[in-house]
Design a binder for this molecule. Structure first.
Ligand code: ATP
Length: 257
């Protein structure tokens, strides 16, 4: 099962944000980091893959099917998208909120395996202790982790996470990224996460796609992409790619003089 994007253009009204985006073969089990500065088009790409924006031209195919024309219910079975901003119903518990995410694919009838799926997902994300807490009583980081749980619980073929760690402390950044990577390795969805932290992207992703001004500038393994001069140019900083004593990639970035 692969995701493949060809000559994609998309935007808002007449304004084209994405221009001739080509992404060859993202394979099942890949954990792709979508990187690029603010306003480069990362969320727009996610919204287009998720079907919230219709492409102006080009195609997006999943396992050979063109998904740009899928019906909403069929798309919900195959693709789950966690937006940057997520709304919460103040009256629901964490457990109910994650269970509600299953409604998009399973309808209103709750089956016992749905309850197990919710419990397992919350446990995998270290959120079990929050199950009965009201969703309105969570911290920003806890609410963000619940949004990740809502995405993963649906067990889709494509998982799109828009900045899943932006509100998280160091432990929870590592914990969420580890859980997502484990999910990619175990169930083998295509996973794409928009990330601003290049070191986190290097640590967990097996492929990075660099977007600037709606165009793909580089696509490849982290050690190649992060070593390229386009990284510094794109973010308007000076970068050096180093290896830590433990062998991890580390991007040292500073403002140019
Ligand atoms: N609903 C919208 N209507 C019109 N323009 C929009 C809309 N959403 C985004 N844009 C514009 O599209 C461009 C790309 O925005 P997008 O949100 O895709 O970038 P991004 O790379 O996800 O940014 P960030 O890293 O800041 O979240 C920006 O110029 C933005 O102002």
């Amino acid at each position: 099962m692969t995701l493949h994007i060809e000559h994609l253009a998309a935007g808002y009204g007449r304004r084209k944000v994405l221009q001739d985006v080509n992404v060859p073969q993202i394979e099942s089990g890949d954990f792709v980091g979508l990187i690029g500065p603010n306003a480069s088009g990362k969320s727009t790409l996610f919204k287009t893959i998720a079907g919230l924006i219709a492409p102006m031209c080009g195609s997006i195919s999943l396992a050979g099917d063109d998904i740009t024309h899928l019906r909403r219910r069929d798309r919900a079975h195959r693709i789950a998208y966690m937006p940057q901003a997520f709304g919460c119903n103040a009256l629901l518990t964490v457990f109910e909120t994650v269970l509600l995410a299953l409604k998009q694919t399973g309808g209103w009838r709750v089956q016992s395996d749905n309850l197990d799926r919710v419990s397992d997902t919350l446990a995998a994300l270290e959120l079990g202790h929050l199950s009965e807490r009201g969703i309105a009583d969570l911290s920003g980081g806890q609410a963000q982790m619940v949004a990740v749980a809502q995405t993963l619980v649906r067990a889709p073929e494509v998982v799109l996470l828009d900045e899943p760690t932006s509100a998280l402390d160091l432990h929870h950044q590592l914990s969420i990224m580890t859980s997502v990577k484990n999910e990619a390795g175990r169930r083998k969805p295509v996973v794409i996460a928009a990330l601003h932290d290049l070191n986190l992207a290097a640590k967990f992703c097996n492929r990075l796609i660099l977007l600037r001004d709606g165009k793909i500038l580089a696509d490849g393994v982290p050690q190649d992409i992060l070593a390229r001069p386009e990284i510094g140019e794109t973010y308007n900083v000076v970068t050096d790619l180093e290896r830590t004593k433990r062998g991890a990639l580390y991007v040292d970035a500073r403002l140019s003089a």
